[in-house]
Design a protein around this ligand. Structure first.
Ligand code: DAH
Length: 348
């Protein structure tokens, strides 16, 4: 049957032309030439009228099958032209689509920052705002304005890193404590009352050991207003301790000395591990020392812009590393800056 031969010759020719067609334009042309309304397949189908009626259905089906086959070949060719490289790799079995995808690495909040955030929440609920202040300070802000007279032996309580500055200019230090931020905060708001917490990194030129690092964090709280008393401080600290370490935690203040507070105290909390009965962590004392505090010294109030005859305040500072160490039983402060994922992965 001549028409069948013509059809298969046309199909063959179309397929070989298709295999050589590159690019979207060539493909569109090919489509017009072979499958278009005036294309070769349509033209050949006109000769269907000339064949015997009983052969016509079979011939018609052969035409439909040829059209479908060419359309499918076109779709295939289009995909290959567009996604060639990927399809080739796919067929060469280089891509295993059943392989599980790569899990993205998810970061975590550092345990010390988790402690800080807990503390922010607690103080935030009591009306304190978070205040950040510089890590590099003048000696004056770190010491002088906090009532450390020049050459006062209290400066030796903290081993200081001095920053090199041109001769004749003010000495500059890496802050040794967040207390330096107190002056910034007071000067910003005086004579309005303030309640602030000042978190951040501090630096001391200390021998590195399991208990101390050269860089560490601190967290300072400061409240200044009219009629603020030591009882307010104790109440604030008691509320903080119960939320941070668990209900029933008690606070104990022991007289101490800091140049910037008078009176000054060391702050202990009842040991939350043994509920004050005595254990290895609290060295069988029932108490854990967590920071220093006191009533803001009148000179410091004055340097901050408040009249000590009218205003009073309390302040204190803690080490979030120490609190984290106690809470989670971590045995060495150096873990925190080690970047060791074995530690960090434990804190989701
Ligand atoms: N700045 C002190 C330190 O680093 C801690 C401290 C003690 C802060 C008493 C205070 C305070 O605000 O009142 O050791």
């Amino acid at each position: 049957m001549a028409i069948a031969d013509d059809l298969s010759a046309l199909q063959k020719q179309a397929l070989s032309a298709l295999a050589e067609a590159e690019g979207a334009e060539r493909l569109a042309e090919w489509k017009t030439v072979y499958l278009g309304k005036k294309g070769q397949l349509t033209q050949l189908s006109r000769s269907l009228g000339a064949i015997a009626a009983e052969q016509r259905p079979a011939a018609g089906q052969a035409f439909n099958a040829a059209r479908e086959a060419l359309e499918a070949a076109l779709a295939d060719r289009e995909a290959r032209v567009r996604y060639g490289d990927q399809l080739n790799a796919f067929e060469a079995d280089q891509v295993d689509i059943t392989m599980p995808g790569r899990q993205p690495e998810v970061g975590r909040i550092h345990p010390v920052n988790q402690t800080l955030r807990e503390i922010f929440d607690i103080f935030g609920d009591m009306g304190f705002q978070i205040w950040e202040s510089p890590e590099v300070e003048t000696d004056e802000l770190n010491y002088g304005l906090l009532n450390f007279p020049p050459d006062h032996p209290a400066r030796d309580m903290q081993d200081t890193f001095y920053v090199e500055t041109p001769p004749g200019t003010e000495p500059v230090v890496l802050r040794t404590h967040t207390s330096a931020g107190q002056i910034h905060a007071m000067r910003r708001y005086a004579p309005e009352p303030i309640r602030v917490v000042l978190p951040g990194k501090c630096y001391r030129n200390e021998q590195v050991s399991y208990r101390s690092e050269v860089q560490f964090s601190q967290f300072e709280f400061l409240a200044v207003g009219r009629n603020i008393t030591l009882a307010d401080m104790k109440g604030t600290l008691g509320a903080m301790a119960e939320r941070l370490f668990g209900p029933g935690t008690k606070v104990r203040l022991r007289p101490s000395y800091f140049p910037f507070t008078e009176p000054s105290a060391e702050m202990d909390v009842s040991c939350f591990l043994c509920s004050g009965k005595g254990c290895r962590i609290c060295k069988y004392s029932g108490w854990l020392e967590i920071g220093g505090c006191g009533m803001v010294h009148p000179n410091v109030l004055r340097n901050g812009g408040y009249d000590p005859a009218e205003f009073s305040g309390f302040a204190g500072g803690f080490g979030p590393e120490r609190i984290t160490i106690l809470k989670y039983g971590i045995d060495d402060i150096r873990w925190f800056l080690s970047g060791d994922e074995r530690l960090l992965e434990q804190f989701g």
